[in-house]
Design a protein around this ligand. Structure first.
Ligand SMILES: *Cc1c(COP(=O)(O)O)cnc(C)c1O
Length: 424
């Protein structure tokens, strides 16, 4: 009988994995004290101290700014809200082009559309999966108003170089840093190298408040605009001294005191949570050493990868097995993972049918840009043929599980010839 679980052998990991929890008694106590105070949100939508939120929200912002070494941090109720506020604050107007990568969570690419901006897709690097500099350069036109760099899976995009391109092109660099808190490039924290950086505090990220987000910036004008968009800014532009009324139509993107209280503890413990994920990832990377056809995540020189996910790139030719079959065999061994990430976003019905805001095709009525399949071949190949990923933030794994995962990788790799019958 085969040793491979898919062919009837014993699985490398026989028990189910527990979900990882970053929440402890400290968060419970923090929330309890907010409940005892009776004030679960400190906001008013009018000018005054309360325009900026309650004491927990303001403490979280102040600690966040200090921790990330930026002058301004603006708390919001999700990274999606943060992205919308960032694009609004950046002054995006109908017809403005915003360069985005195709491999990201959809909110990155929806944010420009909210303001009538045109997402322009630039392909990614085959090894870090973040924006490719040459593709970005080629996508720049006189209409380019912003670049959204996504620090994907925990690894920073080429941020310093993207910032140079943005500055040279009079565009704003926005970092979608939802997946990469505490990552860095050349000693600078990811999220703080662009003009604006967005963090997510949703349940699936390294640290979380259930739902939540943070936007950071070095620019006081951008910070005030973010605060206005977050909280019904239309009412306060006079008192706030905001002269340029562009995009000062406000929302309610306010974080509650409860979430902020949790966030204060999570931020305090962030390095511990992140280090634990890095340890898991580095173990798995070590375990794939020398396995032909399998490529663990690449870390660029001078970068810190924080492994929101640990990826494995499968070269089917070198491995002698398509990803699909390798993945089935790995799953049978008890190693949880996903094939691909999200399909390149220009393949969404919204782009294929050019229908976003209203029913007449706005804002696509303002552009000749096409969104055909094949637009970003590297992203398509990664998603459809090569990538496997393991969510390091999702599971509580210790030494026994890691050893089982390493064993699973080796077993399937060694026994891959036995799986050839399944490829037809
Ligand atoms: C999670 C995520 C978001 C959205 O975060 P929310 O807080 O859930 O709105 C945006 N971009 C990326 C890359 C993400 O991973």
């Amino acid at each position: 009988m085969s040793n491979l679980a898919l062919l009837g052998g014993p699985p490398a990991l026989a028990h189910r994995l527990r979900p990882y929890s970053s929440v402890s008694v400290r968060e419970r106590e923090a929330v309890a004290s907010v409940i005892d105070s009776g004030c679960l949100s400190g906001y008013y939508g009018t000018w005054g101290k309360e325009f900026f939120g309650g004491p927990q929200v303001r403490a979280l912002e102040s600690n966040w700014a200090e921790s990330f070494d930026v002058p301004y941090a603006v708390a919001v109720n999700s990274a999606t809200s943060g992205l919308f506020a960032a694009l609004g604050a950046a002054g995006i107007s109908p017809g403005d082009e915003v360069i985005v990568p195709p491999l990201t969570m959809s909110a990155t690419v929806m944010a420009p559309l909210i303001y009538g901006g045109i997402p322009v897709f630039a392909d990614v690097e085959p090894d870090t999966f973040c924006l490719d500099l040459a593709a970005v350069e080629a996508a720049i036109t006189p209409k380019t108003r912003a670049i959204i760099a996504v620090n994907l899976f925990g690894h920073p995009a080429r941020l310093r170089e993207l910032r140079e391109i943005a500055d040279r092109s009079e565009a704003i660099l926005i970092e979608d840093n939802a997946q990469s808190a505490l990552a860095s490039e050349q000693g600078h924290r990811a999220g703080t190298i662009g003009h604006l950086g967005i963090f997510s505090l949703n349940y699936h990220k390294h640290i979380h408040t259930g739902e939540g987000g943070m936007v950071v910036t070095h620019d006081s004008d951008l910070a005030l605009r973010l605060q206005a968009i977050r909280n019904h800014g239309e009412n306060v532009v006079l008192e706030a001294g905001i002269k340029d009324l562009t995009n000062m139509v406000g929302f309610n993107f306010r974080m509650t005191e409860l979430s902020a209280a949790v966030g204060l503890v999570q931020l305090d413990e962030a390095e511990r949570h992140v280090s634990a994920r890095i340890e898991i990832a580095e173990y798995l990377t070590q375990a794939t050493r020398g396995l032909e056809g399998l490529f663990p995540p690449q870390v660029r020189t001078d970068c810190r990868h924080v492994y929101y996910t640990w990826t494995l790139r499968v070269d089917a030719k070198a491995l002698g097995l398509p990803r699909r079959v390798f993945s089935r065999a790995l799953a049978a061994e008890g190693f949880p993972h996903v094939q691909g990430y999200v399909a390149p976003l220009y393949l969404l019905p919204l782009f294929q049918h050019r229908r976003a805001i209203g029913s007449d095709g706005f804002p696509f009525t303002l552009t000749e840009r096409a969104y055909e399949p094949g637009l970003c071949p590297v992203a398509e190949r990664l998603h459809f043929d090569e990538l496997l990923f393991f969510e390091t933030c999702a599971y509580d794994v210790g030494k026994p599980e890691l050893e089982a995962f390493a064993n699973a990788l080796r077993k399937v790799h060694d026994g891959r010839r036995e799986l050839l019958d399944l490829t037809s």
